[in-house]
Design a protein around this ligand. Structure first.
Ligand code: CS2
Length: 483
C-alpha cells in the first residue's frame, strides 16, 4: 500500500481534513525539541491551524534521543494523521512539520536550524526528566549535563541545545529566540530559564548575561489527553486513509494551551487559533497538574493494583471513581489557588467527564511512567500546601502509597519500570516486604520527596496509608478506597 506523503495527499478520501495551505510556501520558524506524540497532537495542530494566514511558522521537529519519529515521518514529508477521539471520531492530516531531525545523528543540522534567523521560537516537550533538575536547580551531576558541559559544541540534552543555539546566534549577530516550554511542570518556563542560565554560567558568564538580557522563557500550560499510538490505530487509519501512515497520533477532542505573552522575537497570532494568552499561568498550571494529572496518577497506581487496564475502565469501577472524585473535590481543590474567574468544581466535573470518555483507550500503564518525576509536581506540592494550611492529608497519601506498592509489585514480578530511577526503584521494590519499614526506604529518595521526608506530619499518615493497602491485592485496595 502507498505511504502518506505530499504526493498521495490529493488521493485521500474527501472526508479527511488536510492542510488548508500550500505546504511549499511555508517556512520553518519554530524548532521543536521532543517531537513525540504529544507535540504532534497538540502544538503542531495549533500551528497547522495558523499556517494558512502566517506561513512563516512551520516546524522543524527534533527528537533528542531516538530516530523513530524521523524514520517514520521523513518518507511522509512530515505528514501524519491525527485521530480526534469522540463518539464521532474525526480524522485530519497535519502538515505543519516541514522537517524532522534525529539529533543523535544530525546534531549539526539541528544546531544550524537553531541558529537560523528565520527561526524565532524554540518549543519543547521533553517531559519532566528532560529538564535535568535536582529540586529547582540544574542537576550538574546528570550524565547528559556533565557531558554537555564537557563538550558544549556537540550537545545531547535539551538545555545543551538551547544554549549552543543561542551561543551561535550571538556569535553570528542573530537575535535570540523565545524558548517556550510545553511540558507538564509548574513554572515550566521559569525552570527552563534557570536551567539554561545555570548551564551557560558554567561555560561563559558573558553568554549567560546575553541570554538573560535577550531570550525569553514564557510559561505555558498544555492539556489534551493523548493515548500512545497503538497498532489498532494504525490499522484503523490504514483502512480510512487508503494509505499507510507509519506514525499517526490520537487524542481527545478537548484541547487547551495557555501561554504567557513574553516573546522576544515575534510570534504568530496564537489567539486566533484558540490559544489563551494569559499572565496567570501559575494558576492554570497548578490547577491542571493538581486537578487533572494528580487524579490521573491516582487512577494509574491504584487502578493497576486493582487489575484495571484503562482510565475509562477505572472510571467505571465505582470504588475507584468515587475515591478519585472525593479526592479531587475534598482534598485537592481546597489547595488550588484558582486563577480569576476559575470555577474549580465545574473544572473537576469536566475532567471527570473527560476521564469517562469511552471512545478513549488510555492505558494506566502509560500514565504510570516516570512516577518519580511526576509525583512531586502532581501530588507532593498539594500535600505540602495542605500541611501548611493544617488540612488533613490522609486521602492524598493513598496514591503516594499506591505508587510505592506499584513499584514493589512490578519489581517483584520482574517488570522494568519506565522511569529514570528504574534501577534504584527496582532495587527498593525487590527488597520491600510490605511493612512500615519500606516507607522510610522510599522516602530516602531525596529528588522525589525532598524535605517532606523529614516531616512527621507527612510520614505518619503515609505509613498508615501504605499499611492500609496491605498486601496490595485488589480486595485490600478496594477496602482501603472505600474507607
Ligand atoms: C497523563 C498526561 O501520562 C500522563 O501522565 O497524566 O499525559 C495527561 O493525559 C495530559 O497531561 C493531559 O493533558
Amino acid at each position: 500500500m502507498q505511504r502518506l506523503s505530499n504526493a498521495t495527499l490529493p488521493q485521500l478520501p474527501s472526508t479527511i481534513a488536510r492542510p488548508a495551505y500550500d505546504r511549499t510556501t511555508t517556512r520553518i520558524g519554530i524548532v521543536h525539541l521532543g517531537a513525540g506524540a504529544f507535540h504532534r497532537a497538540h502544538q503542531a495542530v495549533y500551528v497547522d491551524d495558523l499556517l494558512a494566514d502566517e506561513p512563516d511558522w512551520a516546524i522543524c521537529g527534533v527528537s533528542l534521543n531516538s530516530r523513530d519519529v524521523r524514520d517514520a515521518l521523513q518518507p511522509q514529508d512530515g505528514l501524519y494523521a491525527l485521530a480526534l477521539l469522540d463518539e464521532q471520531p474525526k480524522l485530519r492530516v497535519i502538515g505543519s512539520i516541514r522537517e524532522v531531525l534525529a539529533a543523535r545523528e544530525q546534531g549539526a543540522q539541528v544546531l544550524e536550524r537553531l541558529a537560523d534567523p528565520n527561526v524565532r521560537i524554540v518549543t519543547l516537550t521533553v517531559t519532566e526528566k528532560g529538564y535535568c533538575l535536582a529540586g529547582d536547580n540544574l542537576d550538574l551531576m546528570h550524565p547528559d549535563i556533565a557531558s554537555d558541559l564537557a563538550s558544549p559544541r556537540t550537545p545531547i540534552s535539551a538545555v545543551g541545545y538551547v544554549v549552543e543555539g543561542l551561543r551561535l546566534r550571538r556569535e553570528r549577530g542573530v537575535a535570540a529566540y523565545t524558548v517556550l516550554s510545553c511540558d507538564n511542570l509548574a513554572d515550566n518556563g521559569g525552570k527552563m530559564r534557570r536551567a539554561v542560565l545555570q548551564f551557560a554560567e558554567r561555560l561563559d558568564e558573558e553568554l549567560a548575561l546575553w541570554i538573560a538580557g535577550h531570550a525569553t522563557f514564557p510559561r505555558s500550560m498544555v492539556d489534551s489527553i493523548t493515548p500512545a499510538t497503538d497498532d489498532a490505530l494504525r490499522e484503523r487509519l490504514r483502512a480510512q486513509l487508503g494509505c499507510d501512515d507509519a506514525w499517526p497520533v490520537q487524542r481527545e477532542r478537548y484541547t487547551q494551551w495557555v501561554v504567557e505573552d513574553a516573546f522576544c522575537n515575534g510570534r504568530p497570532k496564537f489567539e486566533r487559533v484558540g490559544v489563551t494568552m494569559s499572565d496567570e499561568i501559575a494558576g492554570y498550571d497548578k490547577a491542571k497538574l493538581r486537578l487533572l494529572n494528580a487524579p490521573h496518577s491516582t487512577l494509574a497506581y491504584l487502578g493497576s493494583l486493582l487489575g484495571i487496564d484503562t482510565v475509562a475502565q477505572a472510571m467505571a469501577t465505582p470504588v475507584l471513581a468515587d475515591f478519585v472524585e472525593r479526592l479531587m473535590r475534598g482534598s485537592i481543590a481546597p489547595n488550588v489557588a484558582a486563577p480569576r474567574g476559575f470555577d474549580a468544581q465545574a473544572y473537576i466535573g469536566a475532567i471527570l467527564e473527560r476521564f469517562r470518555n469511552p471512545a478513549i483507550q488510555h492505558r494506566l500503564s502509560q500514565i504510570a511512567w516516570d512516577g518519580s518525576q511526576k509525583l512531586p509536581v502532581r501530588l507532593l506540592g498539594t500535600i505540602s500546601d495542605a500541611l501548611a494550611a493544617g488540612r488533613s492529608i490522609d486521602a492524598l497519601c493513598l496514591p503516594v502509597a499506591g505508587w510505592m506498592h506499584f513499584v514493589r509489585r512490578q519489581s517483584r514480578d520482574g517488570v522494568a519500570l519506565v522511569d529514570p530511577l528504574n534501577a534504584v526503584l527496582s532495587r527498593i521494590g525487590r527488597a520491600a516486604n510490605g511493612d512500615a519499614g519500606d516507607v522510610g526506604v522510599f522516602l530516602a529518595l531525596d529528588t522525589v520527596f525532598g524535605p517532606l521526608a523529614r516531616n512527621e506530619a507527612f510520614v505518619a499518615p503515609l505509613r498508615a496509608a501504605y499499611l492500609t493497602l496491605g498486601d496490595a491485592s485488589p480486595a485490600t485496595v478496594a477496602r482501603a478506597l472505600s474507607n
